[in-house]
Design a protein around this ligand. Structure first.
Ligand SMILES: *Cc1c(COP(=O)(O)O)cnc(C)c1O
Length: 424
């Protein structure tokens, strides 16, 4: 056997891994290979500690915790936004931690979708996550338009979007564009810089959903002049189930009134004047609505420290090596089992996870879980595997592919039904 297909080779790659110390920062279960960090990142000791610290500040200060202690709750959304700004290439004031992905999408579309004259349509794609599409349709209805005002660019093969096709769809009747940065299935990275430039040349505002790119790849949203963006923090950022999401608004839009206003949209000095006329914050803070979910933001304090220490460039470098290695092993070890690799294989377009399809995918995923490998299944026939730079090793990738190979050789999946679980 060629050396690069041996376990010893995986161990060699791990020995050279500049981020390998970070694995000890996380709770990994013995014997398990966790490959689902793109759905729910694992818990880190830092995130756990920051939750305990936050609880202690509540115990200690009561109401005064809003302004006292190491992390005064009143300023936490802004301070965490500032800490996240480097991950997306934004100014600190352009980012705030607030709401959920879907609520933030509603907020930003209700703010930046301004149909006028013939410019009334919203441009999106046909492969995006359903919640985004539901929100866009609901926003259109709120402004008196039906679903025919949502243009969804089609994909030729059902996995990849052609950027030229998206640009061709930027016609004169489009008022707003919302696209994913990385597609949740195929992991394709869209060229945000190019799409933003094309949109602006045509007088259209554009925003991106960063759920699958935040914490996995670097971004330069400010330099690219992206109008707005939003993302969750429980996937690659490891903020825990339901951790508070975040949004970015380019500083050129500071001063715009939020579409969904509330008292936390206020300028912070004015907020407790309790006036009935809102004075919005002069930065991205204006796009908050109500009282922040402080307990669900707490894990971000710890987890973001890890991202600062590791650095997003190094994370991306290792992530690319992990996914390239996984592709190589899948091609070599599984060639007789009819898997189709559906993610882009070139570095520029490949996000942080691998997406393969197989007719028996639902029950292959069940067999993987029985064998202590955690993947996720996407109906009807997709398997996502995410080797995460901060806590997965090259040996994890090796073991995952070997276990999958054994499941196929021994037909272990045949003992399960080929249907999805309630949560998959
Ligand atoms: C994970 C994900 C969501 C989830 O939205 P929530 O409001 O956090 O439940 C939305 N859109 C995309 C593209 C996602 O990947």
């Amino acid at each position: 056997m060629e050396e690069k297909y041996t376990k010893a080779y995986a161990e060699k790659l791990d020995a050279k891994d500049e981020l390998r110390a970070f694995r000890n920062e996380f709770y990994l279960k013995n014997e398990y290979v966790y490959m689902d960090g793109n759905s729910l990142g694992l818990m880190s000791k830092r995130a756990e500690q920051s939750v305990y610290d936050l609880l202690a500040s509540w115990r200690e200060y009561g109401i005064d915790g809003w302004t006292e202690g190491n992390q005064p709750w009143y300023y936490l959304s802004e301070s965490l936004g500032g800490k996240m700004a480097g991950l997306i290439g934004a100014e600190k004031e352009e980012v705030v931690v607030t709401g959920s992905t879907t609520v933030n999408l509603h907020q930003l579309v209700s703010t930046f979708y301004e149909p006028k004259g013939n410019r009334t349509k919203v441009l999106a794609d046909s492969l995006n996550f359903p919640s985004d599409i539901y929100a866009l349709k609901a926003q259109l209805r709120g402004k008196g338009y039906d679903d025919s005002h949502l243009i969804q660019v089609q994909s030729e093969d059902g996995h990849i979007l052609d950027e030229e096709a998206i640009i061709n769809a930027m016609t004169e009747d489009v008022a707003l564009i919302v696209l994913p940065s990385v597609l949740y299935r195929s992991g394709q990275i869209l060229d945000m810089e190019k799409l933003t430039k094309a949109a602006h040349e045509r007088g259209i505002k554009i925003g991106f959903d960063l759920c699958h790119s935040i914490g996995a790849i670097p971004h330069q949203l400010h330099d690219w002049d992206v109008d707005f963006a939003f993302w969750c923090t429980y996937k690659h950022l490891n903020g825990g189930p339901g951790s508070v999401a975040a949004l970015y608004v380019n500083e050129k839009h500071f001063g715009v009134s939020p579409g969904l206003a509330g008292w936390f949209s206020s300028n912070k000095e004015k907020q407790f004047d309790m006036e009935h006329t809102l004075t919005p914050a002069e930065d991205a803070g204006a796009f908050q609505i109500g009282t922040p979910h402080v307990l669900s933001a707490a894990p971000l304090i710890g987890t973001l420290d890890l991202f600062h220490e590791a650095g997003i460039e190094k994370i991306r470098r290792k992530s690319l090596k992990l996914t390239a290695y996984m592709i190589e092993l899948i091609e070599y070890e599984l060639k007789e089992f009819n898997f189709v690799i559906c993610n882009p294989v070139n570095d520029k377009q490949r996000g942080g996870h691998i997406y393969i399809e197989h007719l028996e995918a639902a029950r292959i995923c069940k067999a993987l879980k029985m064998e202590k490998v955690i993947p996720d299944f996407r109906k009807p026939s997709g398997i996502r595997l995410a080797p995460v730079a901060l806590y997965n090793s090259f040996e994890d990738v090796y073991d995952c592919v070997q276990i999958l190979k054994n499941i196929m050789q021994e037909k272990v999946y045949e003992q399960f039904s080929n249907e999805r679980e309630v949560v998959s």
